[in-house]
Design a protein around this ligand. Sequence first.
Ligand code: GLC
Length: 456
Amino acid sequence: MKRNSIATLLILYLAFNLMAQETPSKEYQARYQEVMKQTQWWREARFGMFIHFGAYAVPGRGEWVKSNERLTTEQYQKYVDAFNPADFDAKKWAKVAKAAGMKYAVLTAKHHDGFCLFDSKLTDYKLSKQFGGRDLVREFLDAFRAEGLKVGLYYSIIDWHHPDYPNVGNHPQRDDKEYAKRNFNWDSYLKYMHGQVEELTKNYGKLDIMWFDYSFGEYSGEKWKANELVKMIRTNQPGIILDNRLKVNEGVSLKQREIGTLGDFETPEQGIPEAPLMDKYNNPIPWETCMTMNGVWGYSESDHNWKSPELLIHCLVNCVSKNGNILLNVGPDPRGNFPAECVNILAEVGKWIDKNGESIYGCGANSLKRQDWGRYTQKGNLIYAHWLYPYLGDLNAKGIDAKEVKNVFMLNSGAELVTYKTWFGNNETDNLFIKVSKSPQKSDLLDTVIKIEMNK
Ligand code: GLC
């Protein structure tokens, strides 16, 4: 091929690439900045508690029991009647969350079964009616705020109880032909749903988060009159942040997403993305993995498959190392107690955070490659090396320029650690070997954190 035709091809190739790389509109840039500003406290907080509590705790087979077992509202009523959380004490819950190192909490004000934990004026299908007028949402908000935690409410836009909500999706009566013949008045359902969100955002003081669940198929976005809903919420609660489930994201790859107009953060469920989530212009976007401690959200009498404190800390570090949060779930029992296993596990997590929290809060991803021994998190000129996995020899914090290192400490004790550059003839330029221990054992079996203070 001639020289100038190669040059032409090259120019065409470059021009094509330039065109393919979209630049964000001014409007998008402004929205992006606004979302990053509003979510700043939340991105620094990193660790929150999810609480799934409702009448479904009574059967103890998870919050989907009405759908899974295709129960009618009449059949489900025995669980509603038996739901008497006599031990409920929001202050106790808040203390557990606080001691675990969690910085915010989100409670189910209403789940898909439609039974409300708050004293809604728009329905009688609520706990307050049978529980001496007590409003659990209010008690939760008061108690968690008093512990200095930020507060949020989960609200199901799906409703398996409301007579105007059609038997679509995973509705318990999805196969019930008689039920399907009913005259569902969608506008009347929307009025009810918007009305309840208005109650929650007007009558309960400052809410930090609203967590909607969920959209599917055509039941997405404007079907819920989501723009109007969001406008109302933002008017009632300036500064509130919203999850992204008012709209379906199916089919849009994680790499193609923009920060939406209807939500401020992404919500991966029961899994951790392999890399930081970025928008299509390659800006990091806020995200939060929600995760159960056993296998279900609501209380389960039989699922004792608890994640260990070690696994939970590894998940937390994994998320933070990719700019993400964890919303870790507890499903209280029908009497209103956190399962004892949860309390014990969270206490262990809290003990670790107590010593190592500065490697989590306010931290995020850095540009270094993941190492065999663990992961890095970073905050400004502080790099935290999380030694998570069994490893032989001194840790090689590869990628860190030893000349730029000011200090290296063991985070849990504050003691200095000796570093050196060459080991076994390995004298590549970016080696930083850290002498961790004379024995092959980590000093903290859950995650031993080494704090590396850089010059800048
Ligand atoms: C799912 C489930 C729900 C749970 C939620 C938590 O969407 O429907 O039961 O509350 O995830 O993220």
